[in-house]
Design a protein around this ligand. Structure first.
Ligand code: ATP
Ligand code: MG
Length: 334
């Protein structure tokens, strides 16, 4: 049976990258009638220090963003990670399955730790093993993510295989990453070779789901580009990462292919294309932004939804993690 799991860190406000690469696709999977479990991974967020007041606020805001974008808490399970202790428990067990060598090859750790990794948290290094636990605590079969998470999903498969092999069981599924669409890797508006991220220090590098129409227009107007007009085919975008990014974003927002965007805008200047892109982004995002701020008027209701989601998530994950304890030889006598 197909079961989808995915998550987003409440490490800042949701971005256009999170929306196109993850959230929009989470909604599509739910609407296809697949069983969907979506998690605000607050324990991942604290791998870099978070102000407690902001963390709580960002978690609620992310939940509001999910619901505003179309996640229905009656059809999908929506909760925050720390309310379901199975994640942390299985995460520890996977720390003992994963190898130092595997973890050392993770490019996200290298990117986030920078040159001096002496002073980053141990949690940042172990992050992918907790992520494997998030997924496998539900025996999820498919995980929709952006392109940047591909390597972590390969590690999840390696952990599942090693666990099955070490304990001579056929227990964990070998999860499939689902990386699809025109915007699996939305780039920074200031540097087309860098991923758009909610934790980027520059607010100009990203569109936030909370940005208003003026802000969105201003950010696209100022987005880095070259000075050539748009080419007449995709080949013409090869060495133009900034231009290619804007084309991909347009395609993903409009639910058309990048080829179709190029066909419509062949030869156009950015002075024409950028305002069209901003208008499209505002048309698609502003209903979400409006709904989000309405939902944020009632934080107690958001907390209630997350609590109820956590109860349903726990009902799936608890028995799975209990079986893991049995498999590995832990005494369970109370
Ligand atoms: P942080 O900077 O704190 O890591 P982030 O913006 O990378 O934040 P995550 O919470 O790490 O967001 O990722 C949540 C989901 O969004 C993942 O599936 C990830 O692949 C996807 N995602 C993140 N950034 C992008 C992007 N620029 N383009 C497409 N998908 C993205
Ligand atoms: Mg990230």
């Amino acid at each position: 049976p197909t079961r989808i799991f995915s998550g987003i860190q409440p490490s800042g406000g949701l971005t256009l990258g999170n929306y196109l690469g993850a959230l929009k696709r989470f909604v599509q999977k739910q609407d296809e009638g697949i069983e969907t479990v979506y998690c605000l991974v607050d324990m991942h967020a604290i791998t870099t220090w978070q102000d407690p007041i902001k963390l709580r606020q960002q978690t609620r805001e992310a939940a509001a963003g999910f619901i505003a974008a179309g996640i229905d808490p009656a059809r999908s399970i929506l909760f925050n990670q720390s309310q379901v202790t199975a994640h942390a428990e299985l995460g520890w067990i996977f720390n003992c399955v994963a190898r130092m060598g595997w973890m050392s090859r993770m490019t996200q750790f290298k990117d986030k730790a920078g040159k001096n990794s002496e002073n980053v948290s141990l949690g940042l290094f172990a992050y992918p093993s907790l992520m494997a636990a998030d997924i496998l605590a539900y025996k999820a079969t498919h995980v929709p993510v952006g392109e940047d998470q591909k390597q972590h999903l390969e590690l999840t498969r390696d952990i599942a295989m090693k666990f099955n092999n070490d304990y001579k069981v056929n227990f964990f599924p070998i999860t499939e990453p689902v990386i699809e669409g025109a915007a699996t890797r939305v780039m920074s508006l200031r540097d087309g070779t860098k991923k758009m991220s909610k934790s980027d220090p520059s607010d100009q590098s990203r569109i936030n789901l909370t940005d208003d129409a003026d802000k969105i227009a201003q950010k696209f107007r100022k987005a880095k580009t070259d000075s050539e007009p748009l080419p007449s085919d995709l080949d013409g975008l090869k060495d133009r990462p900034d231009a290619r990014n804007l084309i991909n974003v347009y395609a993903a927002l409009a639910d058309i292919t990048p080829e179709a965007v190029i066909r419509d805008y062949a030869g156009a200047q950015f002075g024409t294309f950028k305002p069209a892109l901003a208008d499209l982004a505002v048309a698609k995002l502003s209903p979400i932004t409006t709904k989000m701020s309405q939902l944020m008027q009632d934080p107690a209701e958001i907390d209630r939804i997350l609590g109820e989601g956590a109860t349903r998530a726990d009902a799936i994950a608890r028995p799975i993690v209990d079986q893991v304890y049995d498999i590995i030889g832990m005494i369970r006598s109370r």
